[in-house]
Ligand binder design. Structure first.
Ligand SMILES: NC(=O)c1ccc[n+]([C@@H]2O[C@H](COP(=O)([O-])OP(=O)(O)OC[C@H]3O[C@@H](n4cnc5c(N)ncnc54)[C@H](OP(=O)(O)O)[C@@H]3O)[C@@H](O)[C@H]2O)c1
Length: 273
């Protein structure tokens, strides 16, 4: 029986590429997106489904449809996410909430509905798309960083909580990928201006650098291939990196003490003031 996959945030980038790859390899894929009309790709195994992970009714309705059509969800890929770029002192309440509402609470909402289905079938795979910034902090990305650190925590805890039900949980930490991320999903707040009296130099130095690195990043196909490999390997590691920057920073993070690692990041991003 082909396995049934639900992917969130599938309209572009890693989500879309993974949906197309898995459908090509015989999985029955439900590509969850807020804008199904814009998906523009057809494949026999691919179902584009409306899904807004901030809205429990939308989640329930999508899952009900999948269960009616397929009877189960075998694999969940929590991929939807965006990055808020802001100083901490200048963020708004709404901006702060939105970042966690999508990147963290969205994962909880979808897991809450999918886990009972997986538990009933005593099998399942959940893959959370985190970031190498789920293990490495950077200034102006504190909200995104902390949301992705939370994704790493969700992965660690759920691995214990769900292992008795034969449900595997993993995270994938991409480095920089040339997707729609820098063009459409970096939300830059009003503090991020080179004329900012306190953070102007940091902003002028770091923000264009990050945008350039995303736009020059790896191809989403690489992340999609890793996701497929993780699904198909019952002994896959708890977490894995994909993309040049992630392998470099995560292995350095593992080898160095906090202070030495911080020195290397400061040098790399020219953060020495
Ligand atoms: N690109 C990178 O450099 C990079 C690096 C590390 C980690 N990541 C992570 O990889 C995942 C996929 O990103 P990507 O690079 O493929 O970027 P992308 O092309 O911008 O795709 C992000 C997807 O997330 C969904 N999304 C964004 N904002 C949302 C919101 N406010 N509400 C609901 N859904 C929203 C969108 O889904 P719909 O429009 O389909 O609803 C969109 O298709 C994200 O979790 C991101 O944090 C990316």
């Amino acid at each position: 029986m082909p396995k049934v996959v639900l992917i969130t945030g599938a309209s572009s980038g890693i989500g879309r590429t993974t949906a197309l790859l898995l459908a090509k390899h015989g999985y029955i894929v439900y590509a969850g997106t807020r804008t199904p009309g814009n998906f523009n790709a057809k494949s026999e195994n691919l179902h584009v489904i409306k899904l807004d992970i901030t809205d429990s009714e939308s989640i329930n309705s999508a899952i009900k449809t999948i269960v009616q059509e397929q009877g189960a969800i075998d694999i969940l890929i929590n991929n939807a996410g965006y990055a808020l770029v802001s100083t901490v002192e200048e963020v708004t309440e709404q901006e702060m909430f939105n970042q966690f509402n999508i990147n963290v609470f969205g994962i909880f909402r979808v897991c809450k509905e999918v886990i009972p289905l997986m538990r009933q079938s005593n099998s399942g795979v959940i893959i959370n798309i985190s970031s190498f910034l789920g293990k490495v902090g950077l200034p102006l990305l504190t909200f995104y960083n902390s949301s992705k650190y939370a994704v790493e925590g969700i992965t660690d805890s759920l691995r214990y909580e769900l292992s008795d039900f034969n449900i595997r949980v993993h995270s994938i930490m991409p480095g920089f990928f040339n997707t729609n991320f820098a063009k459409g999903n970096l939300v830059v707040n009003s503090s991020i201006d080179a004329d900012n009296p306190h953070y102007g130099q940091l902003i002028a130095n770091l923000v264009p650098n990050i945008i350039d690195q995303i736009n020059a990043g790896n191809n989403a196909q690489e992340a999609a291939e890793l996701i497929r490999k993780m699904i198909e390997d019952p002994s896959a590691p708890a977490r894995a990196t994909t993309g040049d920057k992630a392998s470099k920073f995560i292995s350095m993070r593992r080898e160095l003490c906090d202070e030495d690692f911080e020195r290397r990041v400061r040098e790399h991003y020219n953060l020495n003031g």
